[in-house]
Design a protein around this ligand. Structure first.
Ligand code: HEC
Length: 260
């Protein structure tokens, strides 16, 4: 029956030329390193956005949809800048922010306080802290944080759509040479990342409308990572440390004697 090519046939790593295995291994090595860098990048851009250390679902929500809570000025006034002015003046500024932070009200009620209490340090001479002289400058620290803008999301989306598709096409094309059963599971490991990419990117936008979509970002990212890990480990292991049993090679339409 060794000449019988079944519909489940595939070419196992054992029967690939050594040069191809070297190529596959090095590609996987570099892509694996890239994946670690991508995770580090997610961590450095998102961790701590909610004011607490570490990466949380709240950080993802803030990253994409913005911080619906306090403005930067209000956060500073209830935090590090609290001691810079008496409570009644702080109250006046907070009331102004909540009332819409308009230009007219600023001149009437807020400008004198800011000029007196804040400009000594926030007059613009120190580039590392916000300049608070005049309405236009103060407006910048009371702007509502709406998260990543649509143009930014579009730019990041197209990079991810192309980039991730290439990556998973390459890893998937290598991984198809691994022996993994049941067949439906092998197909799932190859296919899941592509569904993951689409769900992940769609959820970046949807999180702006409905915050629980942040969970879809996390879960689809998790499934992509899991598929990547399975593909990577199964490929490298079976390429170098595994001998396909003869009876399986035979069943899959491969003759060990055809190897090398
Ligand atoms: C004695 C100097 C000093 C005075 C006076 C001062 N600040 Fe600051 N402020 C700083 C420094 C230094 C920082 C940056 C370090 C930090 O965030 O704690 C800062 C940071 C800030 C920030 C930015 C926080 C962020 O989001 O990074 C805001 C907003 C702010 N101050 C508002 C005010 C307001 C409003 C007043 C007046 C009521 C005021 N500050 C008075 C020194 C001062």
């Amino acid at each position: 029956m060794s000449s019988n090519i079944s519909i489940k046939s595939f070419i196992h790593f054992n029967f690939l030329p050594p040069a191809m295995k070297v190529l596959y291994t090095l590609v996987l090595l570099v892509l694996g390193t890239g994946y670690i860098m991508a995770m580090a990048q997610i961590y450095t851009t998102h961790a701590g956005l909610d004011g607490k250390p570490g990466l949380s679902i709240e950080d993802i929500v803030i990253g994409y949809s913005g911080n619906k809570g306090a403005t930067r000025l209000e956060t500073a006034l209830s935090g590090p800048m609290k001691g810079m002015l008496p409570d009644d003046e702080r109250g006046a500024i907070v009331t102004w922010i909540h009332a819409g932070a308009s230009n007219g009200e600023f001149d009437a009620k807020v400008k004198s306080i800011v000029d007196k209490r804040c400009l000594a340090c926030h007059g613009g001479s120190n580039p590392h802290i916000p300049n608070l002289s005049g309405f236009d400058n103060v407006s910048k620290v009371v702007a509502k944080d709406t998260g990543m803008s649509i143009p930014t999301l579009i730019r990041v989306s197209h990079i991810h759509l192309f980039g991730l598709t290439f990556i998973f096409f390459i890893t998937g094309s290598i991984f198809v040479h691994a022996y993994l059963r049941p067949v439906w599971f092998k197909c799932l490991v190859v296919g899941v990342p592509f569904i993951g990419i689409l769900l992940d990117i769609a959820s970046w936008y949807l999180t702006k409308i409905y915050q629980p979509f942040a969970w879809v970002v996390v879960v689809s990212g998790g499934f992509m990572g899991l598929s990547f890990a399975i593909q990577w480990l199964a490929s490298v292991y079976q390429m170098w440390f595994y001998q396909l049993p003869v009876e399986i090679a035979d069943k899959c339409g491969q003759l060990p004697s055809l190897g090398d």
